[in-house]
Design a protein around this ligand. Structure first.
Ligand code: FMN
Length: 436
């Protein structure tokens, strides 16, 4: 495919030509420097939310160490002048084995949040997975993406009616697949956020898919209707049990009011924004889900269903037996279970268990084009990029995301060619050696 054949060279040309005029890339091209710069830019709570992981963050480190244990063994003299980085996934040809993974609460890092990511993804033809915890509704994001591919990631709510509504909206929004995240039936133990007492959703951040949903809004209205009016609460509670209105509490209320549709002033006087946060916190996930629930979902959508957070080969096998269309091997970026097996270490066994019956995707620890190549060589059909594009967003909005993704695509193309390959399907474990 000509358009993809020169991704790496084109990106280099762009950078070096601009360099002649004294311009440097707006965001660092290497992952470590990218994160460092984002840290300098962001406030402590936003940075910690994105960077943090579960417990001692052992899983996060393991995700990276796992990549370091593989080395590419380049081959030479093979005419790599024309390269095709494209792959096929659920009937679509993608420019490269890369998607933008679902990352919630992006308004913490940039006001344009998901909308900037959607625009950047669409400009490159790279699929974006809309997060269930997005800061902008899927309809608004889809509206700026034209026919560019998008998927929807679902957290299985305690309200079946809400799940049905979200799935229906994903279909209408032109999503190509449904990613059901299974590793977050409860939020992991995240010390960085705990020590700051910071949960974005409790402040009304990252709940746009809910506040834009008719079923959710009805549930909120029911809840607000059932709650005693504020005057009664005041009368009933004793004076010393009333929490003092601190500045953070006022800010939180304004944040909640902003999250609810309608004029801010009206919302500040309304019980609905607060009821929305409370409703969200009580229904966002259902830890009781089991394999038996999948049939219910299967019967309600024609979209391919992809399970995210599969790490055990037996679970992968079972998923396919239950009629699932794909799996994402993922540790949720080490945010859920500390001391978990690294995603890349889990990949070969899952690939073997699936045996080519469905695409296996991977995320957690992907930082560069060389990482993409490594995961694909180990059997991933494609990978999901996570934190790096959030850092790009933090530093330069839409342009920052576009640059980060272009850099990964460019490096993947060059690494493919420089290791002696001209197409993605030439990659196999033989391309790698285990080292260290
Ligand atoms: C700030 C943040 C928010 C996330 N939000 C979601 C989410 O809403 N849904 C989901 O399925 N995964 C979510 N994830 C997990 C990512 O989809 C992905 O699994 C993870 O970022 C991969 O790890 P990496 O970024 O270290 O490569 C989130 C990750 C981060 C860093």
């Amino acid at each position: 495919m000509d358009s993809a054949a020169g991704t790496g060279r084109r990106r280099q040309d762009e950078v070096y030509r601009a360099g002649v005029y004294g311009h440097r890339p707006r965001v660092p091209t290497a992952a470590r420097a990218l994160q460092r710069r984002a840290r300098e830019r962001l406030g402590g709570r936003a940075y910690s939310y994105v960077a943090g992981g579960a417990g001692d963050e052992t899983t996060q480190r393991a995700n990276r160490t796992a990549f370091d244990r593989y080395a590419v063994v380049p081959r030479v003299l093979r005419d790599v002048s024309a390269r095709d980085t494209s792959v096929e996934l659920f009937g679509r040809r993608l420019p490269a084995p890369l998607l933008l993974g679902p990352v919630g609460a992006l308004e913490l890092v940039h006001p344009a949040a998901d909308l900037a990511v959607a625009r950047a993804a669409a400009s490159l033809g790279v699929p974006m997975v809309f997060s269930n915890q997005a800061s902008v509704s899927m309809e608004e994001c889809a509206a700026v993406m034209g026919s560019s591919p998008r998927w929807f990631q679902l957290y299985w709510s305690t309200s079946d009616e809400l799940v049905e509504s979200l799935v229906g909206r994903a279909e209408v929004s032109g999503c190509d697949a449904l990613v059901v995240t299974l590793d977050t039936t409860m939020l992991g133990w995240r010390p960085r956020d705990l020590d700051l007492g910071h949960l974005p959703f409790a402040l009304g951040k990252g709940i746009a898919q809910y506040t834009s949903d008719p079923v959710f809004r009805r549930l909120v209205e029911e809840r607000a209707g059932a709650a005693p009016a504020p005057a009664q609460v005041g009368a009933a509670a004793s004076r010393d049990r009333q929490p003092r209105p601190t500045l953070p509490a006022v800010r939180a209320l304004v944040g909640m009011a902003r999250a609810w549709p309608g004029p801010l002033l009206d919302n500040l006087r309304s019980p609905l924004p607060r009821a929305a946060v409370e409703t969200f916190l009580s229904i966002y996930s259902r830890p009781s889900i089991t394999w038996a629930d999948l049939a219910w979902l299967r019967a309600r959508t024609r979209l391919p269903i992809v399970l995210k957070g599969v790490l055990h080969p037996d679970d992968a096998r079972r998923a396919l037996d239950e009629g699932v269309d794909g799996v994402v091997v993922s540790t949720h970026g080490g945010r859920q279970v500390d001391r978990s097996i690294a995603a890349l270490d889990a990949l070969p066994d899952v690939v073997a268990a699936v045996g080519g019956r469905a695409p296996v995707l991977l995320d957690s620890g992907v930082r560069s084009g060389a990482d993409v190549l490594t995961a694909v060589a180990l059997g991933a059909r494609a990978v999901l990029l996570g934190r790096p594009f959030a850092w790009g967003l933090a530093l330069a909005g839409e342009e920052g995301v576009r640059q980060v993704v272009s850099d990964v695509l460019g490096e993947f193309d060059l690494t493919l060619g420089l290791s002696g390959h001209t197409a993605v399907d030439q990659l196999s474990p033989d391309v790698l050696r285990r080292v260290g």
